[in-house]
Design a protein around this ligand. Structure first.
Ligand SMILES: Nc1ncnc2c1ncn2[C@@H]1O[C@H](COP(=O)(O)OP(=O)(O)O)[C@@H](O)[C@H]1O
Ligand SMILES: O=C(O)C1=C[C@@H](OP(=O)(O)O)[C@@H](O)[C@H](O)C1
Ligand SMILES: [Mg+2]
Length: 262
């Protein structure tokens, strides 16, 4: 064997070690999930990720290839999260609820903690149409916007393990509910009118609220929508006074429970 062949053989041995370690690591990730479920422990423990990052930072202090190693570990963590989320949900999650209930916020959080793909319906429609929600409403009317929403829901049927942050009006059409349920579970996020007002008061992206930023308008519209929201929902999570972590943890537990009782 020449020197090059020796080096390549050593590299191959490294890859074997990495591969074995990765397979073992993935199994442990699954074992941890089983343990947490059996012992009624929270699924999400973001402090653990902070600890891991601290460990890596300390171990790589002053060493070469820090960026490259960090990249590999970031990818490992990301993929562990994917293993967890696929294990938890083999369907799409549709977040519904009134404007300001936290649909976008909770989707974003699930993307961070479980590496789930997110489809933000409003954002997706805005990008495809090349105009803001307010401009779409103004130029083509609400009905046109609602049609775009329905088409997007149908598109979601070819995907799984996606969190879909629905526009607040999505569950108002029965057809939309049917489309969502084909491959998803529907999670209703709720908040009191006072909480909603507090959350949306400085934002100008919601044409329906633009000149109606007061508790009584919100309470009225909420009441008009309540029945349809509740009818569409597989589970309901109240969000008032709760952190994103608490809401997501509750969402995971309730969905799991709902699956077990099916
Ligand atoms: N659980 C929460 N606690 C405090 N503020 C929240 C919470 N959820 C959302 N918010 C805030 O409320 C505002 C509206 O939330 P967003 O996720 O955009 O609502 P939606 O998508 O349902 O309209 C955002 O500024 C967000 O930071
Ligand atoms: O409730 C509604 O009818 C709407 C909610 C908005 O989404 P958010 O709930 O994310 O604000 C957006 O789709 C549009 O302004 C209409
Ligand atoms: Mg939103």
């Amino acid at each position: 064997m020449n020197q090059l062949e020796v080096l390549r053989e050593s590299l191959g041995q490294c890859d074997e070690i990495i591969l074995d370690a990765l397979l073992m690591r993935n199994r442990i990730v699954e074992d941890i999930m089983v343990y947490k479920e059996a012992n009624d422990l929270p699924v999400l423990q973001p402090e653990q990720e902070v600890k891991q990052k601290g460990w890596l930072e300390a171990r790589m202090e002053g060493r070469r290839h820090k960026k490259e190693v960090n990249d590999v570990f970031a990818s490992i963590i990301q993929n562990s999260k994917r293993i967890q989320s696929r294990n938890l949900f083999n369907y799409n999650i549709f977040l519904i609820g009134f404007m300001g209930a936290g649909k976008s916020t909770i989707s974003d959080y699930l993307k961070n903690v479980l590496a789930m793909d997110v489809v933000e319906m409003d954002q997706c429609i805005v990008e495809r149409q090349g105009m803001s929600i307010s401009d779409i409403f103004e130029t083509y009317g609400e009905e046109y916007f609602r049609e775009l929403e329905t088409n997007l829901l149908i598109e979601m049927q070819s995907r799984s393990n996606v969190v879909v942050s629905c526009g607040g009006g999505v569950p108002m059409r029965e057809r939309n509910v049917v489309e969502m349920k084909k491959n998803g579970r529907v999670v209703l996020l709720t908040a009191k009118p006072e909480t909603i007002l507090e959350r949306v008061k400085d934002n100008h992206d919601r044409p329906l609220l633009e000149n109606n930023k007061n508790v009584s308008f919100i309470a009225d519209l909420l009441e008009k929508r309540r029945e349809k929201y509740e009818a569409a929902a597989d589970i309901v999570v109240e969000t008032d006074g709760k952190s994103e972590l608490e809401i997501c943890e509750e969402l995971i537990h309730r969905l799991r429970e709902a699956e077990a009782n099916k």
